[in-house]
Design a protein around this ligand. Structure first.
Ligand code: HEC
Length: 116
């Protein structure tokens, strides 16, 4: 069993550049991965709003992770998106993991559907 898990993580390790990317793809891409999708804005659009408000990495990451742990209209950066799509559902992901995901979003611009 251990061997299988090890091989599996090796495989995932080669498909995904790092854990943060895997977490992003696993949890966010279904809603945020396509342009012109009807369920949510593309992640590059959301990132733009956060960059305007928080250009510094540590502020960006902290505020995004915090918002994701309690999605609400009051502290949202992209309020029009809430009118358009309705408030994002609470995902029940811990703050640590959300911080890793927010870091991935700050550091990368790869939010498309993964092609293998
Ligand atoms: C079930 C669909 C769904 C999933 C899954 C989802 N989102 Fe969202 N998200 C939305 C919708 C809809 C909006 C736009 C409305 C809003 O801002 O609440 C949104 C908005 C956002 C915003 C903008 C918040 C703001 O301040 O305006 C961020 C940041 C975000 N999502 C990040 C993520 C991340 C990171 C993940 C993965 C951990 C994720 N979302 C997963 C549907 C989703």
């Amino acid at each position: 069993m251990k061997k299988i898990i090890f091989l599996y993580s090796l495989l995932l390790g080669s498909l995904f550049a790092n854990e943060n990317q895997l977490l992003f793809y696993g949890n966010c891409i279904a809603c945020h991965g396509e342009l012109g999708k009807k369920v949510a804005p593309h992640m590059s659009e959301v990132k733009g709003y956060y960059l305007m408000a928080y250009p510094k990495k540590e502020d960006f990451v902290a505020h995004m992770a915090q918002w994701l742990s309690t999605p609400n209209e009051k502290t949202a950066q992209h309020k029009e998106a809430i009118q358009k799509y309705k408030l994002m559902p609470y995902l029940a992901i811990d703050l640590d993991t959300l911080t890793k995901i927010a870091r991935y979003i700050y550091e990368n611009d790869d939010f498309g559907v993964l092609t293998l």
